[in-house]
Ligand binder design. Structure first.
Ligand SMILES: [Zn+2]
Ligand SMILES: [Zn+2]
Length: 569
């Protein structure tokens, strides 16, 4: 692609610049965006991010991770020129390992993001040879017809890269997740000049983070949080335990420095934190000599000598904090008067599990400090004044609100219009938008969600989870019997009940209710009729469900296996 052509307004022939989200528009999570360039029948694609989300509210037994359905690009994978990852958060990179075999395109990421991806691959033991090209921060490279420039912005993880995507039909600024921070602790401070120069070059479209589009004002700096944490730790009397998002390297650094300033030793508990510390050391965000103790040292340190940094800020039941709160951690215990700081925000959907931990810690007698009670956390997303400044620099013709539920996207869209943006396209997952020429929604792509179920990936709708939800609510009854070819009953029918109450209100065994229904049905069908095993099975199934429903008020799942054998002489 010729650089001279960038910023122009017309592509060759029928070339178009299009955008579609396979995830991330209408939800906070599962970010997966596609930019397409070329004529309708010959588009080349660039994928930006490929993340996961977690089940929320809905009941998905056995599922803890949700992936975007990428069949739209999977079907066109020959035209997928590459996947650029903006940063190392799971909602942007978490689906790469699982979905890459379906996409098979080169991956581009900065050193920390690539390090986190590789470390995760190693941990999950995949012998997957991901073709990751490590790009320097703020570098510029070509992916198919796209001229991509990384623009580092502050966020709650190192090396968050916004993308300036140049095409012959104009420049798109894809913000990724960002905030403005003059003193970010990790990475360079905000470079306003660079953003303003991009704006001067002419930004055709901006696709922008909407997470905090409701919040007025500007985010405090990561340095403010560090100072606040240092003060809290300095004046603490007992033990101090802090939990945070493990990928927040700046926060890890702040806690370590605050511990040192207060003459306390840092103890780290939780695999995810160890993994991040390792990658942060390799990439220079933490000093090679970054010192901390493992959890087995906790018991040897006096109460006023220790700061514990641990995983579990979202209430994860297997993480360190949940086990400490239940007094079941092998090495760590807290006592009355110890302070526990939640240097985090509870992600919607996790309130109950976080609440459970807070209650357990309160029972022990710990003091709790959350972001409602002090400056111990800030979000990594822009508030409205930060958004206004970004619009001021970029002055885009077209805006697509991103990274938000419908209400966040709407708030972003309203703000964009208020600031004079001509074309605002508040689209949702699957809507194919032509950004240029003549921006508008032109088509629809299939989208949806996939579940990670053990080692397999299964569909959301026709997959096994549907049956599991039902099983979880009503249990299951198995009935088995043997018939001869002539329809004689050759053995006593057997039944097994799982997840069904064992006795009725009158104290009768539920098993007897089931077997009586089976016997009654068999007796009601003449031997001739019993020659059709499918019909016998169906009649029994109905009778069992009706009988159990009468006793229980619920209809369990019922499976009847009829085995037809040569009759015994
Ligand atoms: Zn993020
Ligand atoms: Zn995100």
């Amino acid at each position: 692609m010729s650089r001279e052509a960038r910023g122009g307004s017309r592509g060759r022939g029928g070339d178009e610049l299009v955008f579609v989200a396979l995830g991330g528009l209408g939800e906070i999570g599962m970010n997966a965006y596609l930019y397409g360039y070329g004529p309708e029948d010959g588009r080349q694609w660039l994928m930006v991010d490929c993340g996961i989300t977690f089940p929320e509210g809905e009941f998905d037994p056995g599922i803890d991770v949700i992936l975007p359905d990428v069949r739209f690009i999977e079907e066109n994978r020959g035209s997928l020129a590459g996947i650029v990852i903006t940063h190392a958060h799971e909602d942007h990179v978490g689906a790469v390992i699982e979905l890459w075999p379906r996409l098979k395109a080169p991956i581009y990421a900065t050193p920390f993001t690539a390090g986190m991806l590789r470390s995760k691959r190693a941990e999950y033991g995949r012998d997957l040879d991901l073709p990751i090209t490590v790009m320097p921060l703020d570098s510029r490279f070509e992916v198919g017809p796209f001229d991509v420039e990384l623009v580092t912005l502050a966020h709650s993880v190192p090396e968050m890269s916004a993308l300036a995507i140049r095409t012959p039909l104009g420049l798109v600024f894809h913000t990724g997740d960002w905030k403005l921070d003059a003193t970010p602790l990790i990475g360079k401070p905000l470079d306003e000049g660079r953003l303003a120069r991009l704006g001067d070059e002419g930004v055709h479209a901006m696709v922008i983070d909407s997470t905090n589009a409701f919040r007025e004002g500007s985010s405090p700096s990561e340095r403010d949080v560090a100072e606040s944490l240092a003060e809290i730790i300095r004046s603490a009397k007992g033990r101090v335990a802090i939990t945070t998002f493990s990928s927040n390297v700046a926060r890890i650094k702040s806690v370590a420095e605050a511990a040192r300033a207060a003459n306390r030793q840092l103890v780290v508990a939780g695999r995810a934190l160890h993994r991040v510390i390792e990658v942060a050391r390799e990439t220079g965000y933490l000093p090679q000599g970054f010192k901390h103790h493992d959890q087995d040292q906790f018991g040897y340190l006096a109460r006023d000598e220790v700061v514990l940094l641990c995983t579990g800020s979202q209430g994860e039941s297997r993480a360190a904090l949940a086990r400490i709160a239940e007094e079941e951690h092998p090495d760590i215990s807290l006592a009355k008067g110890d302070l526990v700081i939640f240097s985090s925000r509870t992600i919607p959907g996790n309130e109950k599990s976080v609440g459970r931990i807070e209650n357990n810690l309160s029972r022990i007698g710990c003091e709790l400090l959350t972001d409602a009670g002090g400056l111990v956390h800030i979000s990594g997303h822009p508030r409205r004044d930060e958004l206004r400044r970004m619009y001021g620099w970029m002055r885009p013709q077209v805006v697509i609100p991103m990274h938000g539920e419908a209400r966040h996207l709407k708030a972003q869209g309203d703000l964009a219009r208020e600031l004079g943006v001509k074309t605002v396209l508040p689209v949702l997952n699957g809507e194919i938008v032509r950004l240029a020429p003549e921006p508008r929604v032109i088509d629809e792509a299939p989208v949806g969600r996939l579940f990670r179920d053990g080692r397999l990936i299964v569909p959301e709708t026709d997959g096994p989870v549907r049956a599991r939800r039902k099983l979880a609510a009503v249990g299951i009854i198995f009935v088995t019997l043997c018939l001869s070819r002539r329809g004689e009953v050759l053995s006593e029918p057997l039944a097994v009940l799982d997840g069904v109450p064992v006795a009725t209100a009158d104290g009768d065994a539920m098993l007897d209710v089931v077997l009586d229904a089976v016997d009654g049905t068999l007796r009601s069908i003449p031997a001739k009729g019993r020659k059709a095993p499918d019909l016998v099975a169906e009649a029994i199934r109905r009778a069992v469900r009706a009988a159990v429903n009468e006793a229980w008020g619920k209809k369990p799942i019922c499976k009847v296996l009829v085995n037809v054998v040569e009759s015994a002489k």
